[in-house]
Design a protein around this ligand. Structure first.
Ligand code: SF4
Length: 327
């Protein structure tokens, strides 16, 4: 299925310029943008995978990862194909770099499924959702109107105008902050300033915001850069949760997995600056649990994707302070 794309302008000779992400692709008639699923047909630009799903599952919310948004709940999760970045270490490359079989679904089909599965809402995830913006937007409206939640799991590469239009529909987001140098972002085909803007705008909109930093061996594992990143996050809010994630070799990058020593050092550094720091893809005692930043009380205990919620009404059960949670 296809829908006419939003946020593009028509140029001479049936070319178009897409305004959805930082690439601002100029696309000739008969060609697609870098993300592959936005296509110029005769001078009109289309999103080519509208309502076509490469993956659909009901996941624990902890798997997104979102640790501060309705802990221990389930969420219907969907993805399609394509991406606007080109990470050589991509862990979902089979759907982000190639076309796969796709099942069709309307937003109302998905709403029915979510209700049947007792899901709190829907997560746009698995591949980069901003490149199938039109479907995300339509679906998000249907879920919002029905009183269910919308969750984005994104690399943050979206321009300010489409982001601002979407955010009133979005309840929570996990945004990748893949590194903190332009050099690293250049290597993955991205743009650090675009991601920083997305993080600030999302947090300030009231959408519950969590961040993920995958530590890629020999690429973004410089502790000074990481310290700068943590200080920058703390400048927005010390309450923004940061998930430090272990990288494993795969796709087109074969450096060894992040070492436990590196994960330890980054975890300890992040805790100097931020109230909520977690380690993912690696079992580290206590680094999956949430603690009250005021009195140290255990708020949520986790093991893998299982969570036991102790926090009540977004307040610490011991000191009563209001905390950065939706629970
Ligand atoms: S969304 Fe796709 S087509 Fe549009 S600018 Fe980004 S990569 Fe290019």
């Amino acid at each position: 299925m296809r829908r006419e794309a939003r946020f593009y302008e028509k140029l001479e000779d049936k070319k178009i310029r897409c305004g959805l992400c930082h690439h601002r692709c100029v696309v000739k008639d008969g060609h697609s943008g870098i993300c592959k699923i936005r296509v110029n047909d005769g001078g009109t630009f289309f999103q080519n995978a509208y309502g076509e799903l490469s993956a659909l599952a009901v996941d624990p919310i902890e798997k997104k990862p979102l640790y501060h948004f309705y802990p221990s709940s389930k969420i219907l999760s969907i993805g399609t194909n394509g991406c606007n970045l080109s990470c050589k270490f991509c862990q979902n490359w089979s759907i982000s770099t190639q076309e796969t079989n796709r099942d069709k679904a309307t937003p109302f089909d998905l709403l029915k499924m979510a209700k049947e599965q007792k899901s709190i809402g829907i997560a746009y995830t698995y591949n980069e959702p901003m490149i199938w913006y039109e479907f995300v937007y339509d679906c998000a409206k249907v879920f919002k109107d029905a009183g269910l939640k919308n969750v984005l799991v994104t690399n943050g590469h979206i321009n300010p105008e489409p982001l601002k239009e979407l955010l009133p529909l979005i309840d929570a987001a996990n945004i990748d902050l893949k590194g903190f140098t332009e050099e690293f972002y250049k290597w993955v085909g991205g743009d650090l300033e675009t991601v920083k803007n997305t993080i600030i705008t999302t947090y300030e909109s009231g959408t519950l915001t969590e961040l993920t930093n995958l530590i890629v061996t020999d690429k973004n594992d410089n502790i000074e850069d990481f310290k700068n990143m943590c200080e920058w996050i703390a400048g927005i809010s010390k309450d923004i949760p940061l998930h430090i994630s272990r990288y494993f070799p795969g796709h087109e990058y074969e450096a060894p997995a992040t070492t436990p020593e590196t994960l330890d050092a980054f975890y300890e550094e992040a805790k100097k600056h931020l109230n909520y720091v977690y380690v993912g893809n690696f079992r580290k005692e206590g680094a999956e649990d949430s603690y009250c930043p005021h009195c140290g009380e255990l708020l949520v205990q986790r093991s893998g994707f299982l969570a036991m919620k102790i926090i009540r009404d977004n307040r610490c059960t011991r000191c009563g302070k209001e905390l950065y949670f939706c629970s």
